[in-house]
Structure formats: structure tokens, C-alpha cells
Design a protein around this ligand. Sequence first.
Ligand SMILES: NC(=O)c1ccc[n+]([C@@H]2O[C@H](COP(=O)([O-])OP(=O)(O)OC[C@H]3O[C@@H](n4cnc5c(N)ncnc54)[C@H](OP(=O)(O)O)[C@@H]3O)[C@@H](O)[C@H]2O)c1
Length: 264
Amino acid sequence: MKIAVIGAGTIGEAIARCLKDHDVIATRRKIEKIKHLEELGIEVTKDNKYASEKSDIIILCVKPKKIPKILREIKQNTENKIIISFAAAIEIMLMKKIISKAKIVRAMTNIGVIVKEGFTVYATKDLNDKEEKEIKELFGKMGKYEKVEEEYMDGLTGLSGSGPAFVFTILESLMYAGLKIGLPRELSLRAAIQTVIGSSKLISETGIHPSQLKDKVVTPGGTTIEGVFELEENRVRTTLIKAVDAATKKAKIITSLLNREFQE
Ligand SMILES: NC(=O)c1ccc[n+]([C@@H]2O[C@H](COP(=O)([O-])OP(=O)(O)OC[C@H]3O[C@@H](n4cnc5c(N)ncnc54)[C@H](OP(=O)(O)O)[C@@H]3O)[C@@H](O)[C@H]2O)c1
């Protein structure tokens, strides 16, 4: 199985690395930036037509506004092939207007894919069981994955696609909190990271609801309730809910702005 990754930037390069045990061709215009991938056995080229012609599965990792142009460029090499688009906000129905004979998968992942801990969601109605098994195998090499209805893709773009940036902000703030109270910088960062990893693992492995776990650590007259009180007073929950909501709304705005670009 030969796989083309078109647009090997942050996400595309990470995906190409995860899939390196397959036969992968990666493309971008500034090819010198991905030359090092050749050491992993990945072929690199600027030529999207060549890469798409040679491949059975074509993975699109360019920015959403580039998708219509790229689809027109590779159109003649997409018939009956699986096209997986990781572009935010681009609906399957829009892509079908240009590559009507392709089997289209709309996917969303996140930057965790760099360490094979991405959360990949995908929607498709075009694949048979064998083809779906093949793409699940690919997504499995990038971290965790789930099939979802396409209507959830914008929400998941806001929650898990953009989510790492929210978590990085929280981690940075916890590290700065450590500095404020006089902890050494590196110790402070290690403490913040392990606190987030341990808390996530606890929820994930026990299945206990986050509210219940929070209740366990907040003791009467203790230290933690003082901190939780500050979080509540400063509306941290409302702020995070608004962050995910804003990112989701932006995906919907991008969809409506790019809609016209897909008309033949
Ligand atoms: N970043 C994230 O956390 C994240 C998460 C999930 C999904 N996504 C989605 O993934 C896509 C890429 O995001 P990104 O953050 O990886 O962006 P990025 O780093 O800018 O990568 C996009 C790459 O596309 C290449 N490109 C542009 N025009 C091209 C062309 N005509 N032919 C071949 N390659 C071309 C660019 O390289 P050259 O300029 O050298 O051509 C660039 O390296 C977006 O659609 C985004 O919605 C991103």
C-alpha cells in the first residue's frame, strides 16, 4: 500500500513519520524542509500529481483554503482511491464537488500525533469493510482514534484539534504559578506536566467522573479548596467552555467562507 502525504508541514510530517513503515511519499513546495525524511525511507517531492498518481491512499494536510486548488491538481489521480483530508472545516460534500469519484474520509487529529498520542476522529460513508480496516490501522499508528458522524467534526476540531493549545496554556500557567511561589523553573514544569498526565490517566483508567475525583481531593478547611475557590471566582470553567465554543464557531465560519471555492 503506497501512501501520499500532501502538505508535509507540522501535522503532515508527523503523520508521515507515524506511517513510515508503509511506502510513503511526502510533498511540500519547500522540499528542503522535509529532505531529512528520506533517512526514514520516506520519498519526498514537490510534485503532488506524481505523488497522487503513485499512491493508493492520499492524505491531505494542507491548510483548508488550499484544499480546492490541491483537489483540482490531483483530481485525475483520485478515481476509486481513498482520500483522507485532515483539513479543518472542509465538508465531505464540498470535496465531492471536485473529486466526485474518490472515496472520501474527513478526519481531524491533533499535535499529539508527533509523539503517537494523537486523538484522531474520522467520518466517511464511502469505504467497504476492508478499506475501513486499512485506514483504522493507519490511524492506530498515530494514537487513539474514533469514527464519528460528520456533524461532530467542527466541535471536535474545537475540542481535541485545538485542545492542545488550551492545555499548553494551562500547563504554562501552572509552571508560572510555580515560579510565583519560588519553585525552580524545571521542577515547576515537571510538577505541572506529571500532574496533568496523572490526572488524565486516573480519569481514563478508572472511568470515574472528573467531578467525583475533584471531590475526593477537596478536603474541609484544606489547601485545595482555597485554590478551587479562586478558579471558580475567576470563571475558569466558563472560560474553557467559551474557548472550545469559539474555535468550533470559527470552523463553521471557514466552511461558509470557502464554500464558493468548491464550485466547478
Ligand atoms: N496544527 C494542528 O494542530 C492541526 C491539528 C489538526 C488538523 N490540522 C489541519 O492540518 C492541516 C495542516 O495544518 P498544519 O498546522 O500542519 O499547517 P502547516 O504546518 O502550515 O502545514 C501545511 C503544509 O502544506 C504545505 N503546502 C502548502 N501548499 C502546498 C502545495 N501546493 N503542495 C504541497 N504542499 C503545500 C506547506 O509547505 P510549503 O509552503 O513548503 O509548500 C506546509 O508545510 C490544516 O488543514 C489544519 O486544519 C492541524
